[in-house]
Design a protein around this ligand. Structure first.
Ligand code: UT7
Length: 325
């Protein structure tokens, strides 16, 4: 049986030049490099320059992904961009990227699922490709979380970074088996009763300010381990594969302890887990495509590898996807 699959034909990423080591926070906060490293695995993160917007980071990642795919922006039918830190309230950052890429046709829109944004975006793009609405879609995760930090809150401001990652998906025919290249399964979830665990304390229709990030870290941590393992297992089951079939897990990069515990719960050894949190911090919706592109660049992820991606963030919103690269 011939089925349409959304196959990844290229990926890319971008990190702003400014690197901030943990030690820099010791100057302004009651914190230490040792605390940050041991509790989170984070050693450094990148921050965007004052004049760099989310769409600027997205543009660089998109250019790299298009080059990797060997296509032009004019070959795209759509852009789906996940961000919680848009350039402006409207229009969408995706349409900013569309203009910057010189892409005059097709359509572009943003997705807001915070740290799970890339999973929601790739799942949406997958559905549109299967439905025949688009043949080639650029899926981007791009964030400037440095803009929404409370620099006096040591429990949050040391955790996040800025960056962007992008993947080009193309409609190709498969035989419907788990041997097909492309997205094999997705699983999306949210539970709004947990809004208060991770949120920004401002907004257009509430305070008319941008606000800053607030988090009950320990509570989010507990939800993360159980929900990530469950969604990962659901995605594998839907794809008809097991943990033994997975070549690489590309998890959301929030905390190395969460990554390790989730891997253990799913029965997947750490040598199969892509870890970039030490160099990027938590880049929210950018974290999975960033990790994916970095792992591909260093030669770890190869054509035909079966990948499991999983993420959780504000909402709470969480999900997973399997893709054969
Ligand atoms: O991407 C969205 C999903 N987000 C996440 O997945 C984040 C989930 N949560 C976490 O990663 C962890 O909960 C944190 C890294 C945020 C915190 O780690 P923790 O081991 O849960 O620490 P804690 O919140 O229980 O705090 C322990 C202690 C507290 O001091 P007391 O009350 O024991 O005296 C904190 O005030 O550590 C203190 N603390 C710090 N100390 C030094 C909190 N932040 C810092 C800091 N430096 N930066």
């Amino acid at each position: 049986m011939s089925v349409t699959r959304a196959v990844a034909i290229g990926c890319g990423h971008y990190l702003p030049d400014r690197v901030v080591e943990n030690a820099e926070f010791e100057k302004t906060l009651e914190t230490t490099d040792e605390w940050i490293r041991s509790r989170t695995g984070i050693e450094r993160r990148h921050f965007a320059a004052d004049d760099q917007k989310t769409s600027d980071l997205a543009l660089e990642a998109a250019k790299m992904a298009l080059k990797d795919a060997g296509i032009d922006a004019s070959d795209l039918d759509a852009i789906v961009l996940a961000t919680a830190t848009p350039d402006q309230t409207f229009p969408s950052t995706a349409t900013k990227l569309q203009a910057a890429l010189g892409m005059n046709g097709g359509f572009a829109f943003d997705i807001q699922a915070v740290c799970a944004g890339f999973i929601f975006a790739i799942s949406t793009a997958n559905s549109m490709i299967i439905a025949g609405q688009a043949k080639r879609i650029l899926v981007v995760g791009a964030e400037t979380f440095s803009r929404i930090m409370d620099w006096t809150d040591r429990g949050t401001c040391v955790l996040f970074g800025d960056g962007a990652g992008a993947v080009v998906l193309e409609a190709q025919q498969g035989d419907g088996s788990s041997a097909d290249r492309g997205i094999l399964s997705t699983d999306l979830n949210s539970d709004g009763q947990f809004n208060n665990l991770l949120y920004v304390d401002g907004g257009v229709s509430s305070t008319q300010t941008t606000g800053v990030l607030r988090m009950q870290g320990q509570e989010v941590f507990k939800h993360a381990v159980t929900k990530l393992a469950k969604t990962g297992e659901t995605a594998m089951e839907r794809a008809g594969v097991t943990a033994d079939d997975i070549a690489w897990v590309v998890p959301h990069q929030a905390n190395l302890r969460i990554i390790k515990r989730t891997a253990a719960k799913m029965g997947i050894s750490m040598d199969k887990i892509v870890v970039t949190v030490q160099d990027h911090g938590n880049t929210s919706a950018a974290s999975i495509p960033l990790a994916l592109s970095v792992a591909k660049q260093r030669g770890d992820i190869k054509r035909g590898d079966l990948l499991l991606m999983e993420a959780i963030g504000g909402g709470l919103a969480w999900g997973a996807a399997t893709i054969r690269w």
